[in-house]
Design a protein around this ligand. Structure first.
Ligand code: FCB
Length: 470
């Protein structure tokens, strides 16, 4: 089968209707956020400190020396923000629960006002027919658990399963899905090896141990949620990118293979095959994680879905810095190459190599240096990014991959981790001084696209009268 790449489909993709017609009526269209990046109110209603609150206090850790204390003030604006989602025709919302808001110490007492906030959010969504997709862990570990060793400790995986069980017990039957961990690679590698993210540790041994405990926590959480008889689809969210060797020199090819092992196969082999890849274990040597008998079975139990966060592809070179490799290419404000065809390639590869459960694209989007001029943000580059990546998803579906939904990252400009508020990923602009939300051109494009996607087209006529054109 010839696979059309995203860019090839672009001409039709420019028109909302043409692109929308490539998706089935049941396809889930959403926007995504995470708790720490938007909520603010970090000191309110009994919330405990998270590792990100503490990391923000470390001099030099955050580019603009900012914190999550106010962020988008979403905690106080939840109703208006849900109405904003609704006004954009968006049918699904992926958000995360801040663990320290509902269990300040990460074990022991639950915090009722914290649960009340999420209860209100879920109700507000359901009232408008917006499907709530909840992520349990989007990086804000209770600091109290970090003081006991955080993800380096096996016990944190057990505490996570308790927390998952409590969230499932309270909200499970009102949710469209539950994702356990968001991007374990980022938590393990950027949080514990390079140290550019919280908790800022710099040990490869700790990082691989953390990755194992994150996966174990995921598995234990799934067991606990299933044991309650919950029917809500359960899964995990991985950040994934194809890695291409920068040249065809054997050293670059070998590096690409190893980088791919560390980023993709470490997680997908563990989750979908019940083993860690042998070449990566060899490379890790003494830094291999300590595991207990039975761990891999817990980690690899069936998933109802897998979430894929996709932003860019990676280039691997043994001697050339990334900036040099990327010179002259089209980049976002993060310095990430714009590569929609990488998403199609990634999905086809996962589909080929693994017994893949249904896929949701749980994050996809781009930061650009947006400017608010006369009340408008003309973010043509983001519109194009969304169009080409949505077309890339359609390409993958047409080639046989079971993709069920797409969530744009992000609803709002927000706290972009170590970049603070300096990078804007929202389809809605946030004026942080006034907390005003101003939909960018991309939000209006997405709104119109979703109107077309929701509209029954002749090809999808339920009566089937015209359904011969495909
Ligand atoms: C992903 C994170 C998300 C956001 C985007 C840009 O790695 O899951 O919170 O920061 O990157």
């Amino acid at each position: 089968m010839t696979v059309k790449l995203g860019l090839v489909s672009l001409a039709e993709g420019h028109k909302p209707a043409g692109l929308a017609e490539r998706f089935s009526p049941g396809f889930v269209w959403g926007v995504a956020t995470s708790a720490f990046q938007i909520e603010g109110a970090t000191q309110e209603d009994g919330r405990g400190d998270s590792i990100w609150d503490v990391f923000c206090r470390r001099p030099g850790a955050i580019f603009d020396a900012s914190t999550g204390e106010v962020a988008c003030d979403h905690y106080h604006r939840v109703d208006a923000d849900v109405e904003l989602i609704n006004s954009l025709n968006v049918g699904a919302y992926r958000f995360s629960v801040a663990w320290p808001r509902v269990q300040p110490l990460g074990q022991g007492a639950w915090n009722e006002p914290g649960f009340a906030f999420y209860d209100r959010l879920i109700d507000a969504l359901l009232r408008r027919d917006i499907a709530p997709h909840l992520t349990l862990y989007h990086w804000d570990l209770p600091q109290a658990l970090q003081e006991h060793g955080g993800w380096n400790q096996r016990d944190t995986a057990l505490r996570f399963a308790d927390y998952a069980h409590e969230v499932g017990r309270r909200f499970g039957d009102r949710l469209a899905s539950i994702g356990t961990i968001n991007e374990p690679w980022v938590v393990a590698t950027l949080g514990h090896q390079t140290g550019i993210f919280a908790p800022g540790e710099t040990s490869r041994k700790v990082a691989t141990q953390a990755s194992h405990h994150l996966l174990l926590g995921h598995g234990l959480a799934l067991q606990r949620l299933r044991s309650m008889g919950l029917r809500t689809p359960l899964g995990i969210v991985l950040n994934q990118s194809p890695t291409h060797p920068a040249t065809d020199r054997p050293a670059d090819v070998a590096k690409a293979r190893l980088d791919d092992g560390l980023l993709i196969r470490w997680y997908t082999d563990a989750l979908l095959r019940g083993e860690y890849p042998r070449d990566v274990l060899e490379e890790l040597g003494a830094d291999q994680p300590d595991t207990a008998p039975g761990d891999m079975d817990i980690i690899s139990q069936p998933l109802d879905f897998i979430g894929i966060n996709y932003y860019t592809r990676n280039l691997a070179s043994v001697d050339t810095p990334t900036e040099v490799l990327l010179a002259g290419r089209e980049l976002t404000d993060m310095g990430w190459e714009i590569c929609p065809e990488g998403l199609t390639e990634l999905l086809l590869r996962l589909h080929r190599d693994y017994p893949l459960p249904p896929v949701f694209i749980t994050e996809n989007g781009a930061a650009f240096p947006d400017r608010l001029v006369d009340g408008r943000v003309v973010d043509t580059a983001r519109v194009r990014y969304l169009q080409t990546h949505i077309a890339a998803v359609a390409d993958a579906i047409e080639a046989g991959v079971d993709v069920r939904g797409y969530f744009a990252w992000s609803l709002l400009d927000n706290f972009e981790w170590a970049s603070g508020y300096a990078k804007r990923f929202g389809i809605v602009y946030v004026d942080y001084a006034t907390q005003q939300r101003i939909p960018k051109d991309s939000a209006y494009w997405y709104r119109d696209f979703l109107a077309a996607a929701r509209q029954p087209t002749p090809l999808r006529s339920p009566a089937g009268a015209l359904a011969t054109g495909s």
